[in-house]
Design a protein around this ligand. Structure first.
Ligand SMILES: Nc1ncnc2c1ncn2[C@@H]1O[C@H](COP(=O)(O)OP(=O)(O)OP(=O)(O)O)[C@@H](O)[C@H]1O
Ligand SMILES: CC(=O)C(=O)O
Ligand SMILES: [K+]
Ligand SMILES: [Mg+2]
Length: 584
C-alpha cells in the first residue's frame, strides 16, 4: 500500500513553526498560549481533498491546526447530529472551572457500597467526593438490596449528570464463614477454643461456633493446620476433629466479621484440596451474573479467577445475552493460579483487579507488593484498566485519619499509575466513608502533581498491541498524540470515540495533560470512568471533525470549562488525524 507524505504547504515548514512553540517548562500560565500567526486557519476540506480513498497517507499541513492526517479514506462529511447538549457532571465541571485542566485527578476511585453508604444522600456524597465506580459485592446483602443500590446510582446519574459506573463483584467459590446469626462481629480472644463446623444455624448460633460454607471442610483440614480468617486478621490452630465439627484454638486474637474468608495452611503453605477443584463461577454466581446482565451493570468482576477459559466463557455468555454486550469483565487476581496464568487471564479480560485481601491469604504477605507491581505493569502493556484494591485505608474503618503507612501505600499505587484505587470496608461499613474517599482523592492529586512536575516517572516502553493494520494506525496516532501533548505542554487532549478504544489507547500513554473523551453513548461514558486520566463526556457528534470541534469548543466555553487560547490536541476514531489548535 502506498504511503505518501504530503506537505500541503511550502514554507515555513510545519516543524519550524512548531519549534516556535517553546514554552517555559515551569510556566504557570499554561492557558492562553497561542499558536503563532504562521498557523493560519484553513478548513480541513482543503487538505482532505488531497486524499485518495485507496491509500493511507500521511499529510502534514499548515492548516491552522498543525494538523497531521493519516487517512484510509476521505473523511465523510455527515450531517451534524442534532444536539446542543454535552453531558458532564457538576463536580468535573466545577473542578475544571476552578482549578483548570492540569490539576484534575487522573487516578480513578472505586467505592464498595454497603450499609454505611447505600442511602441516596450517602451515594450522592460519594459522587461529590469523586467516586467514579460503585462496587456491589454479591458476597453480602440481598438481591433486593443490590437492586435498590443500582437504582439509586442510576437515579443519581440521571438527575445530576454523573457517570458513576456500577461494578458487580461475584462471590466465587471461596471458603467463608457464615453470617454470625445477625451479629455485626464476634471477638475471638487468645487461647479460646472455637468450633468451626459445616452444620448451619439460623439466628440461634451456639456460642463460639462458626459455620463454614464448604462441605468438604471437616474432611480436608488436619489437626495441626493453621486456620486464617481474612488472610490472617485472626488465626486459629486445629486441635481436634469430631465429625462435622473442627475444634480450634485462637492463636492470634481479633474480630471475626460476618462471611469472612477462610484459608487453611499446612507447613507454611496454603492447602488447596478439593476446594481448588470448585468452579470459579458457582451456580449462585451464574444467577448473580444473570441479575447483573438484567440490571445492566457496567462491569462484572470475577472472584478467584484461575484461567483465561472462564473469562472467555463468561464473555461469550454475556455477548449472547445482553443486547449490546457492553458489560466488561474484570478478572480479580487473588489466587495462586491466577498469578500462574496471569498474562493469558489479563489478555482475555477487559481489565483486572489486584485483590490484595485474598491474594495476601494465598501467597506470603511479603510477596504481595511485587505481585501488585507486576500486575499493574502488565495491564498497562496490554491496555487493560487495573484496580488496586483492599486495605488501602483499613484503619479508617474505625478512625478519622489514616496511618502514615496507609498514605504511603496509596501513594505507591498512584505512582505505579494504576487506573483506579478501591475502598472496601472503609466505604461499605466504616465510620468515615467520605473522609476515606477524600484521603484517596487528595493523596492521588498530590502524588500525581509531584510526579508530573518533577518528571519522576520514567517513560514506559509500550510494546505494540494491535492485531490489525487498522488498529495499528489508531495505536500509532495515540502514541504520537500523547508524545506531542507532553512535548508541546498542551492543556488537554480531546478524543472523539464511539467505542472508547482510542480513549483507552491515549490513557495507556499516561500523558501529562488530562484527556477529554467525547463519546456518543452513556454506557461507554460510564465505562471510560474507570480509566486513568479520562474525563468522559457524552456528546452526539458527526463524522465531520471541524464541526465537532467547533461545537465542542462553544459548548465547553459557554460553560466556562475551557477558555479561548487553551492549547488542545484532538484525535478521533472517525477521521484518523492529529490536530493541534488553540481554542478560538
Ligand atoms: N452489601 C453489604 N452488606 C453488608 N456488609 C457489607 C456489604 N458489602 C460489604 N460489606 C462489609 O464490608 C466488608 C468489606 O467489604 P468487601 O467487599 O471488601 O468484602 P470481603 O468480604 O472482604 O470480600 P472480597 O474478597 O470479595 O472483597 C465486608 O467484610 C462486610 O463486612
Ligand atoms: C477485593 C477482594 O476481593 C480482595 O481483596 O480479596
Ligand atoms: K467478592
Ligand atoms: Mg477477595
Amino acid at each position: 500500500m502506498a504511503q505518501a507524505l504530503h506537505f500541503a504547504v511550502s514554507s515555513p515548514s510545519p516543524a519550524r513553526s512548531l519549534s516556535k512553540l517553546s514554552y517555559s517548562k515551569h510556566s504557570q500560565s499554561l492557558f492562553h498560549r497561542r499558536i503563532p500567526a504562521t498557523f493560519v486557519r484553513k478548513p480541513i476540506s482543503a487538505v482532505s481533498s488531497d486524499l485518495e480513498s485507496s491509500s493511507h497517507q500521511v499529510l502534514v499541513s499548515e492548516n491552522g491546526k498543525g494538523g497531521i492526517f493519516l487517512a484510509a479514506s476521505p473523511p465523510q462529511t455527515a450531517a451534524t447530529t442534532d444536539s446542543s447538549v454535552i453531558e458532564v457532571d457538576a463536580v468535573t465541571e466545577a473542578e475544571l472551572k476552578e482549578n483548570g485542566f492540569r490539576s484534575t485527578r487522573r487516578t480513578k476511585l472505586v467505592c464498595t457500597i454497603g450499609p454505611a453508604t447505600c442511602g441516596f444522600e450517602q451515594l450522592e456524597a460519594l459522587a461529590v467526593g469523586g467516586m467514579n465506580v460503585a462496587r456491589i459485592n454479591m458476597c453480602h446483602g440481598t438481591r433486593e438490596w443490590h437492586r435498590t443500590v443500582i437504582e439509586r446510582v442510576r437515579r443519581l446519574n440521571e438527575e445530576k449528570g454523573y457517570a458513576v459506573a456500577i461494578m458487580m463483584d461475584t462471590e466465587g467459590s471461596e471458603i467463608h464463614m457464615g453470617d454470625l446469626g445477625g451479629a455485626s462481629s464476634a471477638k475471638a480472644e487468645d487461647g479460646e477454643i472455637w468450633t468451626f463446623t459445616v452444620r448451619s444455624f439460623g439466628s440461634s448460633r451456639p456460642e463460639r461456633t462458626i459455620s463454614v460454607n464448604y462441605d468438604g471442610f471437616a474432611e480436608d483440614v488436619k489437626v495441626g493446620d493453621e486456620l486464617l480468617v481474612d488472610g490472617g486478621m485472626v488465626r486459629f490452630e486445629v486441635i481436634e476433629k469430631i465429625g462435622p465439627d473442627v475444634k480450634c484454638r485462637c492463636t492470634d486474637p481479633g474480630l471475626l466479621l460476618p462471611r469472612a474468608n477462610l484459608t487453611f495452611w499446612r507447613d507454611g503453605s496454603l492447602v488447596r484440596e478439593r476446594n481448588a477443584m470448585l468452579p470459579t463461577i458457582s451456580s449462585k454466581d451464574w444467577l448473580d451474573i444473570d441479575f447483573g446482565i438484567a440490571e445492566g451493570v457496567d462491569f462484572i468482576a470475577i472472584s478467584f479467577v484461575k484461567s483465561a477459559e472462564v473469562i472467555k466463557h463468561l464473555k461469550s455468555y454475556i455477548a449472547a445475552r445482553s443486547r449490546d454486550s457492553d458489560i466488561t469483565v474484570i478478572a480479580k487476581i487473588e489466587s495462586i493460579d491466577s498469578l500462574k496464568n496471569l498474562e493469558e487471564i489479563i489478555q482475555a479480560s477487559d481489565g483486572a483487579m489486584v485483590a490484595r485481601g485474598d491474594l495476601g491469604a494465598q501467597i506470603p504477605l511479603e510477596q504481595v507488593p511485587s505481585a501488585q507491581q507486576r500486575i499493574v505493569q502488565l495491564c498497562r502493556q496490554l491496555n487493560k484498566p487495573v484496580i488496586v484494591a483492599s486495605q488501602l485505608l483499613e484503619s479508617m474503618i474505625e478512625y478519622p485519619t489514616p496511618t502514615r503507612a496507609e498514605v504511603a501505600d496509596v501513594s505507591e499505587a498512584v505512582r505505579q499509575r494504576a487506573d483506579a484505587l478501591m475502598l472496601s470496608g472503609e466505604s461499605a461499613m466504616g465510620q468515615y466513608p467520605e473522609k476515606a474517599l477524600s484521603v484517596l482523592r487528595s493523596v492521588s492529586l498530590r502524588i500525581e502533581r509531584w510526579w508530573r512536575e518533577e518528571k519522576h516517572h520514567e517513560a514506559m516502553e509500550l510494546a505494540e498491541i494491535s492485531s490489525s493494520f487498522a488498529e495499528s494506525i489508531s495505536e500509532e496516532i495515540c502514541n504520537s498524540a500523547a508524545k506531542m501533548a507532553n512535548n508541546l505542554e498542551v492543556d488537554a487532549l480531546f478524543v472523539y470515540t464511539k467505542t472508547g478504544r482510542m480513549a483507552s489507547l491515549l490513557s495507556r500513554c499516561r500523558p501529562d495533560c488530562p484527556i477529554f473523551a467525547f463519546t456518543t453513548t452513556t454506557s461507554v461514558r460510564r465505562r471510560l470512568n474507570l480509566q486513568w486520566g479520562l474525563i468522559p463526556f457524552r456528546l452526539n457528534f458527526s463524522d465531520d471533525m471541524e464541526s465537532n470541534l467547533n461545537r465542542t469548543f462553544s459548548l465547553l466555553k459557554a460553560r466556562g470549562m475551557i477558555q479561548s487560547g487553551d492549547l488542545v490536541i484532538a484525535v478521533s476514531d472517525m477521521l484518523q488525524s492529529i490536530q493541534v489548535m488553540n481554542v478560538p
